[in-house]
Design a protein around this ligand. Structure first.
Ligand SMILES: Cc1cc2nc3c(=O)[nH]c(=O)nc-3n(C[C@H](O)[C@H](O)[C@H](O)COP(=O)(O)OP(=O)(O)OC[C@H]3O[C@@H](n4cnc5c(N)ncnc54)[C@H](O)[C@@H]3O)c2cc1C
Ligand SMILES: NC(=O)c1ccc[n+]([C@@H]2O[C@H](COP(=O)([O-])OP(=O)(O)OC[C@H]3O[C@@H](n4cnc5c(N)ncnc54)[C@H](OP(=O)(O)O)[C@@H]3O)[C@@H](O)[C@H]2O)c1
Length: 433
C-alpha cells in the first residue's frame, strides 16, 4: 500500500491489539501506543497468575499482530492530556483517526470516610501488584490476617484466590450488596476457593437473609446452590484461610488507628424491585467487622485525566453515531476520536468481548476513514517527537528480546513464568539502558 490511511491506536490491551490488527488488515498504517512496556493490558497484568495456558495463547496472537508490516508498536508511551503525547500532538503528526482503547484505568471510589487509611485498596491496584506491573509492583500493600473484599464478581474471586492460596491470610470476607442469587462470578473461578469456604457460615448467612429474599420471590436454597455449584470440582485448599460471605450489606465507612485500618462498618440492606430489577437498599442497621484490609472489587471507571469527556464511569459517546456497529456508538464527541473495549464500556466482559469490541471499534474507524482522502503521517516528525520524550520507547523487536530473556530466566529458575517487575530491569534486558 503506497498511500494508506494513518491511524493511531492508544492502548495495547486485547481491544487495542485486535482493533489495530483489523485496521492493518484493511490496509491502514497503524501506530500502536502503549503506556506499559509490554503489550497485553489486563491479559498480561490482570488474568490470574497461574493461567499460563490462556496467557501464552493470547501472547502468541498479540505477537502475530505486532509483527504486521504496516503496524508499529511504541511501548512505554503514555498518551493523554498529561501524557507523553496529547491527542493534538497525534493530529499534528498527521494521524487521521485516533482509536482510544486504554481500558478503564480510573478508580471508582465511593467517597466513604476512611478510604485513605492504610489497608484500604482497589482491586485493580492489587491485581496489577501481584501480576508484577510497574509501578504497582513496587508499592507496598498491607494484607492483614482478616481481609474484606467488596463485590461478588470474578475480580472478587481472583482477589480471594490470591489471599487464600498465596497470602494464606486467616479470613477472607466477601461483602455483597445484594443476595446470593445476584452474584456475578463464574462457577469455574469459585473452584479455587470453595474448599476454603465455611459452609456452616454460608448456611447461617442464607438463613439470615432468607426472609428478605422471599419477600422479593427469591428461593434462598437456589441461591445457596448457586454459591456451591463449584463443589464437585473444588481444588484442595492450600491454607487454613476461612472464606465466608456477608450478603445484603454495603460498606459505609472504614475506621482506623494511627492511619491504619482496623474496622469496616457495614449497613445491612434489603432488596427492592425497581424497574424490573432487584436492587439493594440500605435498611439502617449498621455493624462493624474487625478487618485489617478492605479491597474494593466493584469494577473500575475510565481515566478522567485522559482528556476525553467522562460521564459516570465511561467516556462520553456520540449518541447519534455516524458509523454504528452492532447498534453501538464507538464515537467520542470528537469526530476523529473513537473508543473501544473497556474504554467504551468499563469493566465489561472477558477478553473475547474486548477483542470483539476492539474489532468493531476499528470497523467504525474504517467507516470514518472512507470519508477522507488517504494522507501520509510525518514519520520523521514522529520519530523526533519520540526521541525528545527523554525516555526509552520500546519497539516490537525490543519486546521479542524481553520475552526471550524472561523465558530464559524462567527456565533457569524452574518457573512456569518469570516477569521483571520494574521498568529498569525490563529496559536493561532489552539493551535499552
Ligand atoms: C483482575 C482481572 C482478571 C481478569 N481475568 C480474565 C480471565 O481470566 N479471562 C478473561 O477472558 N478475561 C479476564 N479479564 C477481563 C479482561 O482482562 C478484559 O476483558 C480485557 O483485558 C479488556 O481489554 P481492553 O483492551 O479494553 O483493556 P486493558 O486490557 O485494560 O488494556 C488497556 C491498555 O491500555 C494501555 N493504556 C492505559 N492508559 C494508557 C494511556 N493513557 N496511553 C497509552 N496506553 C494506555 C494499558 O497499558 C493497557 O495495555 C480479567 C479482568 C480483570 C480486571
Ligand atoms: N477469571 C475470569 O474469567 C475473570 C476474572 C476477573 C474479571 N473478569 C471479568 O471482568 C469483568 C469485570 O469484573 P468485576 O468483578 O470487576 O465486575 P462485575 O462482574 O461487574 O462485579 C462487580 C461487583 O461489584 C458490585 N458492586 C458494584 N458497585 C458496587 C458498590 N457501589 N457497592 C458495593 N458493591 C458494588 C456488583 O454488585 P451488583 O451486582 O449489585 O452491581 C458486583 O457484585 C467481568 O466481566 C468479569 O467476568 C473475568
Amino acid at each position: 500500500m503506497t498511500n494508506p490511511y494513518n491511524v493511531a491506536v492508544i492502548g495495547a490491551g486485547p481491544a487495542g491489539i485486535f482493533g489495530a490488527r483489523e485496521l492493518a488488515h484493511q490496509g491502514a498504517r497503524v501506530a500502536l501506543f502503549n503506556r506499559d512496556i509490554k503489550p497485553g493490558g489486563l491479559a498480561e497484568y490482570g488474568i490470574y497468575l497461574d493461567k499460563y495456558h490462556m496467557k501464552n495463547g493470547l501472547r502468541k496472537q498479540f505477537s502475530g499482530t505486532l509483527a504486521l508490516p504496516n503496524l508499529d508498536y511504541y511501548g512505554n508511551v503514555t498518551v493523554g492530556a498529561n501524557g507523553d503525547l496529547t491527542l493534538d500532538d497525534l493530529r499534528a503528526l498527521g494521524f487521521q483517526a485516533i482509536l482510544v482503547t486504554v481500558g478503564a484505568q480510573g478508580t471508582k471510589w465511593l467517597g466513604l470516610p476512611g478510604e485513605d487509611l492504610e489497608g484500604v485498596y482497589h482491586a485493580k491496584d492489587v491485581v496489577y501488584f501481584y501480576n508484577h506491573l510497574p509501578p504497582y509492583s513496587q508499592q507496598s500493600f498491607r494484607f492483614g490476617n482478616r481481609c474484606a473484599v467488596i463485590g461478588a464478581g470474578n475480580v472478587m474471586l481472583d482477589i480471594a484466590h490470591f489471599l487464600a492460596r498465596v497470602k494464606k491470610v486467616d479470613e477472607v470476607i466477601a461483602i455483597v450488596r445484594r443476595g446470593p442469587v445476584e452474584v456475578k462470578f463464574a462457577k469455574k473461578e469459585m473452584e479455587y476457593v470453595i474448599d476454603n469456604l465455611d459452609k456452616a457460615a454460608l448456611d447461617e448467612e442464607i438463613k439470615r437473609v432468607a426472609p428478605i429474599m422471599q419477600a422479593v420471590h427469591q428461593d434462598p436454597q437456589a441461591g445457596r446452590a448457586t454459591i456451591l455449584e463449584a463443589l464437585p470440582h473444588a481444588l484442595p485448599k492450600t491454607s487454613a484461610t476461612r472464606f465466608r460471605f456477608v450478603f445484603l450489606a454495603s460498606p459505609v465507612q472504614m475506621l482506623g488507628e494511627n492511619g491504619r485500618l482496623t474496622h469496616v462498618e457495614i449497613e445491612d440492606n434489603t432488596l427492592v424491585e425497581k424497574d424490573g430489577e432487584i436492587k439493594a437498599k440500605g435498611a439502617g442497621n449498621k455493624r462493624r467487622l474487625d478487618v485489617e484490609t478492605v479491597i474494593f472489587a466493584i469494577g473500575d471507571k475510565v481515566d478522567e485525566s485522559f482528556g476525553l469527556p467522562v460521564e459516570w464511569n465511561e467516556f462520553v459517546k456520540n449518541p447519534n453515531p455516524r458509523f454504528p456497529i452492532d447498534g453501538h456508538s464507538y464515537e467520542s464527541p470528537f469526530e476523529d476520536v473513537f473508543v473501544g473495549g473497556w474504554s467504551r464500556k468499563a469493566s465489561s466482559g472477558l477478553v473475547g468481548v474486548a477483542r470483539k469490541d476492539g474489532i468493531n471499534s476499528a470497523k467504525a474507524v474504517w467507516g470514518y476513514l472512507q470519508t477522507k482522502q488517504p494522507a501520509e503521517t510525518n514519520a520523521d516528525a514522529l520519530s523526533e517527537k519520540l526521541k525528545g520524550l527523554g525516555k526509552r520507547v520500546v519497539l516490537r523487536e525490543d519486546i521479542k528480546k524481553l520475552e526471550a530473556t524472561e523465558l530464559a530466566e524462567a527456565r533457569k529458575r524452574g518457573m512456569e513464568e518469570f516477569k521483571f517487575d520494574n521498568n529498569d530491569d525490563m529496559l536493561n534486558a532489552m539493551g535499552l539502558i
